[in-house]
Design a protein around this ligand. Structure first.
Ligand code: FES
Length: 150
């Protein structure tokens, strides 16, 4: 991965404003941004390790560990919460066997928060492997559970 970082920086530049694009590129390449890469990222963009770590941990989009084979994201923003999102989150965690923000022990499913999918009027909403699923209810949860079992 160090080679990926140096190649990326050589192509796109070593300025501080390249931190977010580099982190996105790394996550796209390997699925997460491993903590062991923080020193190399910091050095290549002339930032402190604390700067890099702070950005990785601030943005929910960055994963520090590999994701499960399936990723279920549940919307935690206001409209979905007003439409029963918190109860659905609890039901999803129970049905899928994984707590919010974690990956199930068998590596099959990661359950993650997302903050508004632009479908506020038809919430509560989810993203299942990148596809939006609206009006999450018990039936929808069953369909999701079947989908992510494979
Ligand atoms: S608040 Fe959930 S989609 Fe907008």
């Amino acid at each position: 991965m160090h080679e990926f970082i140096s190649t990326w920086v050589a192509r796109h530049g070593a300025t501080r404003d390249k931190l977010l694009p580099l982190l996105h590129a790394l996550q796209e390449e390997v699925g997460h941004v491993d903590d062991t890469l923080v020193p190399a990222i910091a050095e290549s963009l002339n930032l402190s390790r604390a700067d890099v770590h702070g950005v990785i941990t601030f943005y929910h989009d960055f994963r520090r560990q590999p994701a499960g084979r399936h990723v279920v994201k549940l919307c935690r923003a206001e409209s979905c919460q007003a439409r029963g999102g918190a109860a659905m989150e609890e039901a999803a965690a129970e049905r899928l066997g994984v707590r919010m923000g974690e990956t199930r022990g068998d590596g099959q499913i990661s359950l993650e928060p997302v903050y508004c999918l632009g479908l506020c009027a038809i919430g509560p909403n989810a993203l299942v492997d990148g596809r939006p699923v609206a009006r999450i209810d018990d039936a929808a949860l069953e369909r999701i559970a079947s989908q992510v079992a494979a």
